[in-house]
Design a protein around this ligand. Structure first.
Ligand code: MG
Length: 273
């Protein structure tokens, strides 16, 4: 018993010390990131490598889906009134996010849907805080976590460089966006995504990975891109078998991002060759 307490304390100290000192950031061309992380399976870049090329900047035009009404079969997750479709991820109780003037703003912790989903079409709109504060990942940071595991990054990447696999539209820590189509903070931005859940066989082997297609402000930033597994900070994703349907999550990352008009269509996708 005592031994367990001591080793738990030591582990706590070790983690705290490691967080403070053992993860040296490297800055290359104004991009802060890491090169002491594992290499991605393609062997070219470290996870969060500041040398990885930045997505080219594309100035978006009008977005067809901004403020648009959901389709008839959509499950509305936030229509500006309340977050009754969501609970706090840690406690399962009431969310710590605020709702005012038709807008939900992240605070206190991640939130997850009360519904569980597999394959979905997702629409949401987000707005980054203005004036912007902080740099890199320290700007308005959130994330769309499909099944609570697979993140598409939400970050203020307008005039804000960060490691490419952590920029808006990226599969966090895995695959950068094809373009940086961010609007300036203070403007509403649209995300339209198609997510295909991974399939596992009875032994837990991956039959097909999770895939995602993403448009940001009407610009394609991911096209049927596979996840290498759940997304994480500083580690390479690795699949582990899980349920066919799990809650969708939105991240709170110590700085607030606002959201509106969130809906999904929950329809299993079937492809034929
Ligand atoms: Mg994030």
């Amino acid at each position: 018993m005592k031994k367990q307490i001591v080793s738990t304390l030591l582990l706590g100290l070790t983690v705290a010390a490691m967080n403070a000192a053992s993860f040296p950031e490297v800055t290359i061309d104004g991009v802060a990131g890491f090169q002491d992380t594992p290499l991605e399976p393609d062997g070219k870049w470290h996870v969060h490598d500041p040398a990885r090329p930045q997505p080219p900047i594309v100035t978006p035009g009008a977005s067809f889906s901004e403020n648009a009404a959901p389709p008839s079969d959509a499950i509305v997750l936030f229509d500006g009134k309340d977050l009754s479709q969501w609970v706090d991820k840690k406690t399962g109780g009431a969310v710590g996010w605020t709702v005012a003037d038709g807008v939900a703003t992240s605070a206190k912790g991640d939130i997850i849907t009360t519904n569980k989903f597999g394959d979905i079409q997702l629409h949401l709109e987000f707005c980054e805080p203005t004036p912007p504060k902080g740099d890199g990942q320290g700007r308005g940071n959130s994330g769309v976590f499909f099944m609570g595991l697979y993140e598409i990054q939400v970050l203020d990447c307008y005039n804000n460089k960060t490691y490419a696999d952590g920029a808006t539209g990226g599969l966090y820590g895995q695959h950068p966006a094809l373009a940086n189509a961010c609007r300036p903070p203070g403007n509403w931005e649209t995300y339209d995504m198609i997510f295909t859940a991974p399939r596992f066989d009875a032994d837990g082997k991956v039959l097909s990975p999770a895939y995602v297609t993403v448009t940001l402000n009407g610009v394609v930033v991911q096209n049927h891109q596979a996840f290498r597994g759940p997304t994480n900070w500083r580690t390479v994703g690795k699949y582990h078998p899980h349920a066919a349907e799990l809650p969708l999550a939105l991240q709170y990352h110590n700085n607030s991002v606002s959201f509106r008009n969130i809906w999904v269509r929950s329809v299993p996708f079937v492809n034929e060759p």
